[in-house]
Design a protein around this ligand. Structure first.
Ligand SMILES: C[S@@+](CC[C@H](N)C(=O)[O-])C[C@H]1O[C@@H](n2cnc3c(N)ncnc32)[C@H](O)[C@@H]1O
Length: 320
């Protein structure tokens, strides 16, 4: 079966399902997950939903984010952690080109080759003079991204790392992922995080957002690709008050099986498979989490509706 996962990723999926009944969301972005995800993102942009709000706020923040860029800077590296289709980067290249920066390197980093290809094509079409250096990498692996270190230490070069589009809330261990990303950064580099700020009083509204059919299709795609039947009626979205996160489950309406890497796993009726988590932050909790992961805050800004934030942070030796 052609599912686009490597052998190692298949084993990771198998072990995650077998030992924890969890289907890692990250695998959903691989292969034809790109098209599923782009449909969701485009709808969100058209409906002026979260992605749109983040985009507006980002545009307003760019003069401050890039305030250290002057005529002595010859190269700007834009490292895009979890690049998606690259569209959220358009305002950034627009801004840098208007500033007269001629040496712009775009370094998308993603677990999905399809995302890397999509981002590169979209950006190439609009900004042909930007140099492309894609990196296929899983943030959950605690390794230094050597390629970034090699190009980021050049003379008269500034490095801006981005983690946009609510990506930060989807990891089981957010602090660990941030520490991994930090390994490829120095103290004069900036990481710009774009995330939703949630109203935790009204969690039913947040739940509704995840209940839509196209989101279900995206979350179960990988299980379906390996032969498990999944129905919308089995999909349950819950708020976990303790962990302050949305959780999506498939609650099996029958005994089922799935075959991965030649091994068949059996699940019983009523068993729950965790499809995704999405941690929800208020202003204080996101700052606290970033400080704990060893970053200091350079800029924190929210939009008028107070439902989105752009945060620029730098690695710090001193954890709070
Ligand atoms: C929610 S999308 C955000 C995309 C884009 N930054 C935006 O703002 O629209 C998350 C992105 O992170 C990537 N991603 C998710 N988990 C990852 C992991 N463990 N390692 C590397 N990339 C990952 C996905 O492939 C996807 O491109």
């Amino acid at each position: 079966m052609d599912t686009d996962l490597t052998k190692t990723q298949e084993l990771e999926l198998l072990s995650s399902l077998e030992s924890r009944a969890e289907s890692p969301l990250k695998f959903g972005y691989i292969g034809d997950g790109y098209d599923n995800w782009v449909r969701i993102a485009e709808k969100s942009r058209e409906n002026h939903d979260l992605e749109y709000e983040e985009d507006m706020l980002k545009k307003e923040s760019l003069p401050f984010i890039f305030r250290e860029i002057n005529e002595n800077i010859k190269t700007v590296n834009i490292i895009d952690f979890g690049c998606g289709d690259g569209v959220p980067m358009f305002p950034i290249f627009d801004y840098l080109e208007r500033k007269g920066i001629s040496g712009i390197n775009y370094i998308p980093v993603d677990i999905s080759q399809a995302m890397l290809d999509g981002a590169i094509n979209n950006i190439k079409g609009r900004f042909p003079s930007v140099n492309m250096m894609p990196i296929l990498f899983d943030f959950e692996k605690g390794e230094i991204i050597e390629k970034i270190l090699q190009i980021s230490r050049n003379e008269n070069t500034h490095n801006y790392f981005f983690l946009l589009g609510n990506t930060i809330g989807n990891f089981d261990n957010t602090e660990k992922v941030l520490s991994n990303l930090k390994m490829s950064m120095f103290s004069d580099d900036y990481l710009i995080v774009g995330n939703q700020i949630s109203n935790l009083i009204n969690t039913s509204k947040i739940i509704k957002y995840y209940q839509e059919k196209e989101k279900f299709d995206f979350f179960v795609r990988i299980l379906k690709n390996y032969g498990m039947e999944c129905y919308l009626e089995e999909y349950v979205v819950k708020w976990n008050e303790n962990k302050k996160q949305i959780e999506g489950f498939l609650v099996l309406d029958d005994d089922k099986e799935i075959t991965i890497a030649g091994r068949t796993l059996r699940f019983e009726k009523n068993e729950e498979i965790l499809l995704f988590i999405s941690k929800k932050y208020v202003e204080e909790s996101i700052v606290e989490m970033l400080n704990k992961a060893g970053f200091r805050i350079d800029l924190f800004t929210t939009n008028k509706k107070k439902n989105n934030c752009i945060i620029s942070i730098s690695p710090s030796r001193y954890k709070s």
